[in-house]
Write a protein that binds this ligand. Structure first.
Ligand SMILES: CC(=O)N[C@H](C=O)[C@@H](O)[C@H](O)[C@H](O)COP(=O)(O)O
Length: 237
């Protein structure tokens, strides 16, 4: 059996960590993201999901685990920003990704899901369709996607943007007999375990592990809220 055929099985029941940083933020450099990737692999991450060609290359060179690659591209002609085109997918494969994540939603798009899956298969990588509904998941599976992930739940105009993971979608995917990866707004270990209880093949956690600005904001806001409700006195001098 080829490595790519074995790959999804090797990730089954594990934690994958997404290492991404928005352009212009302090960690947005391939060396920084590769260092974070190495650190989370030491902590037990079974694979790394990362964005941008230079980051995929740097992470690939730095860790021995599988790399899920994508590019985020803001285009005037489409809402689709996760690996919108066939050329993007080919470039990510050349950068060394084992799995290529792409937008698998039903929105108008430069290349169809069928075309994206075919191009990714041709590149030798596995495809991961980022979906937001059961119908999109079903269409991606029919198109031959190797994995479907709940990544886009809450990020399309027709899905609810809850604070936490979309457990409702996971439950519905399970009921429909569709294998899925749980991704998006998983902030606690309990939430990660609940994803597995609902049938997730593996979970992808990003912000809660690798975005220190967001993690710090959560602590700072929570502490500021408490301070406003019950002000703490200063230690008497
Ligand atoms: C919607 C979208 O563009 N998601 C992106 C996909 O690669 C990333 O920004 C997320 O960090 C990733 O999906 C992990 O999710 P979270 O950071 O919530 O654990």
């Amino acid at each position: 059996m080829t490595l790519t055929k074995l790959l999804p099985d090797s990730l089954y029941g594990t934690l994958v960590v997404s290492c991404q940083a928005d352009a212009g933020t302090p960690l947005a450099a391939p060396t920084h993201l590769a260092a974070i990737a190495a650190a989370v692999v030491e902590g037990g991450a079974s694979a790394i999901r990362t964005e941008g060609l230079a980051n995929v290359e740097a992470v690939r060179a730095c860790v021995a685990v599988p790399v899920i690659g994508l590019v985020k591209t803001a285009r005037a002609d489409t809402e689709i920003y996760i690996t919108p085109s066939i050329e993007d997918a080919r470039a990510i494969a050349r950068a060394g990704a084992d799995i290529i994540a792409f937008d698998g939603t039903a929105r108008p798009r430069p290349a169809s899901v069928v075309e994206m899956v075919a191009a990714i298969a041709e590149s030798g990588a596995l495809s991961m369709a980022d979906i937001s509904t059961v119908e999109e998941a079903r269409a991606a599976v029919t198109a031959g996607a190797d994995l479907v992930s709940t990544t886009m739940a809450g990020y399309t105009s027709y899905t609810p943007a809850d604070e936490g993971p979309d457990f409702g979608l996971m439950r519905a995917l399970g009921r429909a007999g569709i294998s899925f990866v749980a991704e998006g707004r998983i902030w606690t270990t309990d939430e990660a375990l609940q994803c597995f209880d609902l049938g997730a093949s593996f979970v992808v956690v990003g912000s809660a592990i690798t975005r220190p600005t967001l993690i710090t904001q959560r602590f700072a806001r929570s502490i500021a809220g408490r301070q406003a409700a019950t002000p703490q006195r200063k230690v008497p001098s």
